[in-house]
Design a protein around this ligand. Structure first.
Ligand code: TPP
Ligand code: SF4
Length: 474
């Protein structure tokens, strides 16, 4: 009789040998409840990565839900994304490092509720990702609320009488939806219950990862798994429930497979050099940092006003002028309903050093163009900082004495040069007069690029000059 070969399979390398990242006394057990499907799928993914020698190249994106714990167990690169945003984060990782294997691992609440837009668009763009969608028909982590995949009649915390199509709509079949899109090359649903189902899931996971390693495109595997805790069932009843209830609605099968025809996709290089960036913005080539530019200490500026006052535009001009001087700059707008009357603001940083965080929470200069802006940001300014107050519209004085107060009738000055709306250019002039960072000519250049009408250009240059002169009298 031929001797049977015995193969002993230990933990795959892509699964941590010990769970040291996990806090708590017993680090060798997982967080997952008995009978939960997550652990089983983790293991199948880890085995596939290890067998293909891809663990070191893999970045595992886990969002919110019980899948967030993946970080403790997957011995790969790990990124934790906010709820629903894993495909967006995965897109960034995959585009920045096209040779990596990127896995977006998501629950049904995450993928089919809060992250519906992200998954559809990532799939539609054909990102190089493998998405593993853990469909357990409920929000597990938060205690069993209805998910988009909850079955009709299924009782959950938020559907105590059972989900009804009238109230909550029908369960959403994600694999079928994704399969209608042009770009995905492989979409399958499996059921990770009995041996046959586990083997099918194993095969599907391997196929998805292999296709990604061949750079062939977007793959999506939906896996029906148990959440005994959320369902309030025993692990064995949960398996029966999947087979008897879930599978008839979410039928396992291959929904799209064009992978044999798919060619490796190579996205064109997305990185632009500085010359291209300047050209695309219609700007002349920036200088390399000059010795004077190198001397500029980081200025953190907040410009705020109501929509229509041009606070955001003033920030762009400031940042562009700084960029033209060869400085490092950043600009981040913040607007929303404020565009219709409240405050809109932007964060600008100008520095000869590299900028870490582009958000300005504690500015050293605040330009408050209206009252609500001063109310909102006065207390954020650092001690010893400067607050420029548009005294045409703000009657009150500063309530602080540990900052420099500069009262300038920005709107009145702008009206005097011929255009009330040019108060933002007056503010730019005041800024230049107070802070000797870059030349007025630099601002003129920026104005020339953005204002095509001669009259508008002349008035705005006058407004800059008027603000500059005002600041010099202080
Ligand atoms: C923006 C945001 N909204 C809501 C939550 C609360 N939250 C945490 S986990 C979760 C449900 C996750 O359910 P699912 O994606 O199905 O994963 P499971 O826990 O079942 O694996 C929710 C709603 C959150 N963390 N962030
Ligand atoms: S709550 Fe559900 S999904 Fe979360 S670990 Fe427990 S069984 Fe798994």
């Amino acid at each position: 009789m031929e001797k049977m070969e015995t193969v002993v399979k230990g933990k795959p390398e892509a699964l941590c040998a010990t769970f040291d990242r996990k806090e708590g006394s017993d680090k060798q057990t997982t967080h997952y409840c008995p009978g939960c499907g997550h652990g089983r799928v983790h293991k199948l993914i880890a085995e596939a990565l290890s067998d293909m020698g891809l663990g070191d190249k893999t970045v595992f994106i886990s969002p919110v839900g019980c899948s967030v714990f993946a970080y403790y167990y997957m011995n790969t690169g790990n990124v934790q994304a906010p709820h629903g945003r894993a495909p967006a984060v995965a897109t960034g990782v995959s585009r920045a490092n096209p040779n990596s294997i990127v896995i977006s691992y998501q629950g049904d609440g995450d993928l089919a509720a809060i992250g519906t837009a992200e998954i559809l668009h990532a799939a539609n763009r054909g990102e190089h990702l493998s998405v593993f969608f853990i469909n357990n028909a409920i929000y597990g982590m938060t205690g069993g609320q209805m998910a988009p995949t909850t079955l009709l009649g299924q009782k959950t915390q938020t559907t105590p009488r059972g989900r009804s199509a009238m109230n909550e709509g029908h369960p959403i079949r994600m694999a079928e939806i994704i399969a209608t899109l042009e770009a995905p090359i492989y979409v399958e649903r499996t059921s990770c219950t009995d041996t046959k189902g586990i083997m099918k899931t194993r095969k599907a996971i391997r196929k998805a990862i292999k296709l990604q390693s061949e750079k062939k495109g977007f793959t999506f595997v939906e896996i029906l798994t148990a959440c005994p805790t959320g369902w309030k069932k025993t692990p064995s009843d949960s398996i029966k429930w999947i087979q008897n209830e879930l599978e008839p609605y979410f039928k396992p099968g291959v929904y799209k497979d064009v992978s044999d025809k798919a060619e490796p996709l190579h996205r064109p290089e997305m990185i632009m050099d500085s010359e291209e960036i300047f050209k695309s913005l219609g700007l002349k080539k920036g200088k390399t940092p000059s010795s004077s530019a190198a001397a500029v200490e980081e200025k953190r500026i907040k410009i705020a006003g109501f929509g229509g006052q041009g606070a955001l535009t003033a920030g762009v001009m400031m940042a562009t002028a700084g960029m033209n001087e060869g400085l490092n700059v950043s600009w981040i707008p913040s607007y929303g309903p404020e565009m219709r009357g409240g405050t809109a603001n932007c964060s600008v940083i100008v520095s000869s050093k590299r900028i870490g965080n582009p958000l300005v929470r504690n500015p050293n200069i605040l330009i408050a163009m209206n009252g609500p802006s001063l109310d909102a940001f006065e207390n954020d300014v650092v001690q010893g900082g400067t607050i420029v107050v548009n005294s045409s519209l703000i009657e009150r004085k500063l309530s602080r004495s540990d900052v420099k107060a500069v009262y300038v009738p920005l709107t009145d000055i702008a009206a005097k040069v011929g255009l009330k709306a040019a108060a933002n250019s007056v503010a730019l002039g005041v800024f230049l007069g107070l802070e000797n960072i870059f030349s007025r000519e630099g601002i003129y250049e920026v104005l020339k690029t953005s204002l095509k009408k001669k009259d508008a250009l002349e008035i705005n240059i006058k407004a800059v000059n008027a603000g500059f002169e005002f600041a010099k009298t202080l």
